[in-house]
Design a protein around this ligand. Structure first.
Ligand code: UD1
Length: 378
């Protein structure tokens, strides 16, 4: 009889949780349907993000199984965090000896665990492979390139991923275009998110009243934006101007909060600061927004699917399909560009956008189909 394929799934930071949720669910569904040759699957949480709002809420909102291991690594410099994850992950891997580890996205936990696995002879699966901003000042770009270089199975969300990987010498057989697991999660939870009371809590709707006041959403956490006082001040000046036209709801990432307090940045009454939100609250907030201003990667994709205009406060994107086919516009960090582009949207001149190929809620199923065809080590 064929022995079971064993996979150890790694999560660490907020954007990982919504990517692992549908994969865990698809593995469970596969196991229900294939009782004698299922996939044994464990979850390791590195603890890169640890606050209730940055981690626990997501496990609850998305029904992610409790991690089998929590490495409790916490914050620190990149070297400290990456090294600490590696040190704490190695004994887990030696004990569990899976056939594969599965990592998602581009955070420090992704590269740290991939590196440990590869050196112990455990194969690496990278979900959301091949994305490139071509900007090596982004820590995530370094994590992406390195992880892809040592991965054995690479699952891509958009066609640009294949072009990038082939150019870097990854062989075609390792690459699978499956769609976007983050969008699987969005489509599964969109209806449930409508029950969130977030709009009432921030004063943009009355309880039980269907009318919602127009508003914009802002998220900001990229080091190049928030650790550089000039950029942060420019962006906040632009947002203050925009907030004269409509209120801006701003869930503040811990990194950004620290900087804003340190720089004593004044906030207009028309900008509503809130703590980081759980998945369902944030999805509801995005879904009803007139536009979203962000420097996040995932939000560029989510707004494309929701059909909400996205103004990206960066010089580049690793997710070009959101610009070519979606609602995303890259505006950089200059005050005037941000304001001009936002006013254009408010005046009704936004991009229509369409759904990118295979962003249909079935990416995790496709991944598990590929994995089920892999043989375990005998
Ligand atoms: C990380 C990812 C980034 C991702 C982002 C999403 C890397 C290199 N970066 O950036 O790609 O978009 O997560 O949020 O992995 N902090 C808390 N509580 C927490 C977590 C962090 O207070 O639960 C504070 C700490 O002071 C920490 C700072 O936020 O120093 C930054 O956290 P860190 O995990 O280093 O990077 P992020 O900016 O969150």
């Amino acid at each position: 009889m064929k022995s079971k394929l064993k996979i150890l799934n790694v999560v660490g930071a907020r954007p990982n949780f919504m990517k692992i949720a549908p994969i865990a669910e698809a593995i469970e569904a596969h196991n229900q349907a294939n009782r004698d040759h299922g996939i044994e699957s464990l979850i390791v949480h590195t603890g890169q993000h640890y606050d209730e709002q940055m981690s626990k809420l997501f496990f609850e909102d998305l029904d992610i199984p409790r991690p089998d291991y929590n490495l409790g690594v916490g914050s620190g410099s990149h070297a400290y965090q990456t090294a600490e994850i590696m040190k704490r992950f190695e004994p887990v891997l030696e004990k569990e000896r899976p056939d594969y580890i599965l990592v998602v996205g581009d955070v420090n936990s992704t590269i740290a665990c991939a590196l440990v696995a590869k050196k112990l002879g455990v194969k690496v699966i990278h979900v959301e492979a091949g994305l490139r901003s071509f900007d090596m000042s982004m820590p995530e770009e370094i994590n992406r390139i390195l992880t892809d270089a040592i991965s054995d199975l690479l699952f891509i969300t958009e066609k640009s991923g294949e072009t990038n990987l082939l150019k870097e010498g990854v062989t075609r057989e390792k690459i699978h275009f499956v769609g976007n697991v983050m969008i699987d999660t969005l489509l599964r939870h969109k209806e449930k998110a409508e029950c969130s009371e977030i709009l009432v809590r921030v004063g943009l709707a009355e309880k039980g009243d269907l009318s919602i006041q127009p508003y914009a959403v802002l998220t900001l956490h990229r080091p190049s934006n928030v650790d550089d006082p000039m950029n942060l001040e420019n962006i906040m000046k632009a947002v203050t101007e925009i907030s004269r036209h409509l209120p801006v709801v701003f869930p503040v990432h811990p990194r950004t909060k620290k900087q804003m307090v340190g720089l004593n940045i004044g906030i207009a009454d028309t900008i509503k600061l809130v703590d980081p939100l759980g998945y369902l609250d944030f999805l509801k907030l995005m879904s009803h927004a007139r536009m979203v201003l962000t420097d996040s990667g995932g939000i560029q994709e989510e707004t494309t699917v929701l059909g909400v205009p996205c103004i990206t406060l960066r010089e580049n994107t690793e997710r070009p399909v959101t610009v070519e086919q979606g609602t995303n516009v890259i505006v950089g960090m200059e005050r005037k560009n941000i304001v001009d582009q936002s006013l254009k949207v408010l005046n009704g001149n936004s991009k229509e956008g369409r759904l990118p190929e295979l962003w249909d809620g079935k990416a995790a199923e496709r991944i598990v189909e590929v994995l089920a065809g892999e043989s375990p080590r005998l």
